[in-house]
Design a binder for this molecule. Structure first.
Ligand code: NAD
Length: 315
């Protein structure tokens, strides 16, 4: 197929690629010519169903490390004629080690997918500091450590494609997932700033919120729904965003089961009061309809779009 998007000569690093979505990304990039670093500490799934209302009804610990998960994916890639290496570092313990593996084995890093993840679901009233720190550590600190190491390599190459993985729990909130929501929205903020800082060096950073059957969901959803939510259905978006021909940057998408959508902020025109006349809670209360008037809206894309509106009060 002549117009097939390919990644020949490129190196893709995928964290948490021993299972679920990460595994299908790894198989995909290898099948399209990339050399792949399959990172996974091989965490086992254990624990009880504690998430409320949410499809991720399981409690994934990331414990019980074994190298098998990453090894199996590498074996599968090699059997299909592709090139891959396993890496067993935890993103949060030695994120830089994952990039070191890529550079030592393949010499560069073109694509990074910050996919590794765990859950510690429980209502906020029951959430412990340990639950909070564990989720922060893998998602936020882990993404920081791996990306920081990849950043230097990508800047030297003047090329890179990075995907952060958020969740609808982060974008919209979700009962029982305060820690996960915090971490996942943090990854979007990180990606938006990296998109600004990386653009001049050819590094583009986007964020996806996938929905797919994985070991997280397999005991929580009926088979007919799981069959519908194939992880492979997320690949087309990830594949496109990670291709050199794609110029999307700093954006966020929802994706699953063949549906691909882009999100943006929408802001009401708002209520503008004169600070010189004194501002009271009553002023805001009495004109609340203007604060939330969705008939006149704008779509801010930068911090300066906010600054510009606020400075109108100065006029
Ligand atoms: P999964 O459990 O099947 O895969 C996650 C992988 O990450 C596992 O193989 C695990 O061993 C690995 N991992 C955990 N901690 C790690 C660490 N410290 N270092 C390296 N690897 C580690 O889950 P999945 O559903 O494929 O999720 C992949 C990503 O997508 C996660 O970030 C998750 O939060 C996100 N996500 C998934 C869905 C979905 O519907 N499946 C929805 C929203 C977001």
């Amino acid at each position: 197929m002549s117009n097939q998007l390919r990644y020949d000569g490129q190196v893709a690093v995928i964290t948490g690629a021993g299972n679920g979505l990460g595994k299908v990304y790894a198989l995909f990039f290898a099948s399209r010519g990339a050399k792949v670093v399959v990172n996974d500490l091989g965490g086992s799934m254990s624990g009880s169903c504690r998430s409320l209302l949410y499809h991720f009804a399981n409690y994934v610990t990331g414990d019980g490390a074994s190298n098998r998960a990453a090894d199996l994916v590498v074996e599968e890639i090699k059997k299909a004629g592709g090139e891959a290496v396993a890496d067993y570092n935890s993103v949060s313990d030695n994120g830089a080690g994952i990039i070191k593996t890529a550079v030592e084995k393949f010499g560069r890093v073109d694509i990074l997918i910050n996919n590794a993840g765990i859950l510690r679901d429980t209502s906020f009233v029951k959430m412990t500091e340990k639950d909070w720190d564990a989720v922060y550590s893998v998602h936020v600190k882990g993404t920081f450590l791996v990306t920081k190491a990849a950043w230097d390599v990508m800047r030297k190459q003047s090329y890179g494609r990075i995907i952060n993985v958020t969740s609808t729990a982060g974008l919209y909130g979700n009962f029982g997932q305060a820690n996960y929501s915090m971490a996942k929205l943090g990854l979007l903020g990180l990606a938006k700033t990296l998109a600004l800082e990386g653009e001049g060096k050819g590094i583009l950073v986007n964020t996806i919120a996938p929905l797919a059957a994985s070991r997280l969901t397999e005991t929580a959803l009926p088979a007919e729904i799981l069959n519908f939510l194939k992880p492979e259905a997320v690949i087309p978006l990830v594949g496109y965003l990670c291709h050199s021909s794609c110029s999307e940057n700093g954006q966020v998408y929802e994706v699953g089961a063949g549906w691909f959508a882009k999100l943006r902020w929408q802001r009401s025109e708002g209520l503008l009061l004169d600070p010189k006349k004194g501002l009271t809670p009553e002023d805001v209360r009495d004109q609340w309809n203007k604060v939330e008037d969705w008939n006149r809206v704008s779509y801010p894309v930068s911090a300066s779009d906010s600054f510009a509106e606020i400075m109108k009060a100065k006029l």
